[in-house]
Design a protein around this ligand. Structure first.
Ligand SMILES: Nc1ncnc2c1ncn2[C@@H]1O[C@H](COP(=O)(O)OP(=O)(O)OP(=O)(O)O)[C@@H](O)[C@H]1O
Length: 238
């Protein structure tokens, strides 16, 4: 299999005529964790959504120039359905959407309308335990997810992504909403479950996630200020 998951070359993005991403060239290797770090409005979400053509669904006028390849194929040549099967993207809007579900409705949404909790495989139960979510199975399945503590809801969102077993997992801004203790649990889980999976995580903070990143990309005003080894980034204080 191709060692490079994503390759971008001189990629520019204009939204409604305004330049938002500027000359992005980078390589994201398979099986690695990439941290995209930058302040509010630096372009993290626009960049991550470009990998799956999601900006086109949010904005009227999206113009991308340059190259984005997934597994060596330009993404515009890949059917969206295939991209979304292989690449799971979650952002904080999913958390708000989850409030509309009860526990059982959420599992049925993930696993099919005939789902019952006995259907969970050993692997899925292990993952629930690893994430500290096993108690959810003892709650009334008809309670709303809205009533769960937010850290638990976030972890459930990550669980729902991992059980689909996608090649690529993109976690846009979500981990910034976890408290320090839950963040450590999720980080360890992401490391443990990594395998061949490629992870892209965006954050407004570098320090909490730097230790699990293989590649750090520092974005500001739609431009890459740094792309490379996270340790060197810390050492130079860039
Ligand atoms: N809903 C929107 N309408 C118009 N322009 C937008 C919208 N969302 C983002 N943009 C433009 O895209 C730029 C980059 O936004 P993006 O959401 O990618 O930033 P971000 O780094 O993910 O920020 P945050 O940390 O706040 O999520 C913004 O400066 C803004 O100009």
């Amino acid at each position: 299999m191709n060692e490079t998951a994503f390759y971008l070359e001189h990629f520019d993005l204009k939204i409604n005529g305004k330049n938002e991403l500027d000359d992005i060239t980078l390589t994201i290797k398979r099986g690695e964790i990439t941290l995209i770090y930058g302040p509010r409005n630096s372009g993290k979400s626009l960049l991550l959504r470009s990998f799956i053509h999601l900006n086109e669904e949010l904005f009227d006028k999206v113009e991308g120039t340059g190259r984005i390849e997934f597994n060596g194929i330009p993404v515009q040549e890949l059917p969206r359905r295939e991209l979304r099967q292989k690449i799971a993207y979650i952002d904080t809007s999913f958390l708000y959407a989850m409030d509309n579900f009860t526990i059982i409705e959420f599992f049925k949404f993930l696993k099919g309308k005939d789902f019952s909790f006995e259907d969970l495989t050993d692997e899925e139960l292990d993952l629930l335990r690893l994430l500290g979510l096993q108690d959810i199975l003892h709650l009334n399945p008809k309670i709303s997810l809205h009533s769960l503590p937010s850290a638990e809801k976030l972890t459930l969102l990550i669980y729902s992504t991992l059980i689909r077993n996608p090649e690529i997992v993109i976690i846009d801004n979500v981990l910034d909403h976890l408290d320090d203790q839950s963040c450590v649990v999720v980080k360890n889980l992401l490391l443990d479950s990594k395998g061949d999976r490629t992870l892209l995580i965006s954050s407004r903070f570098s320090h909490r996630l730097l230790d699990i990143a293989d590649l750090l990309i520092h974005l500001k005003n739609g431009k890459i200020l740094y792309a490379g080894n996270p340790e060197n980034f810390v050492m130079t204080g860039s």
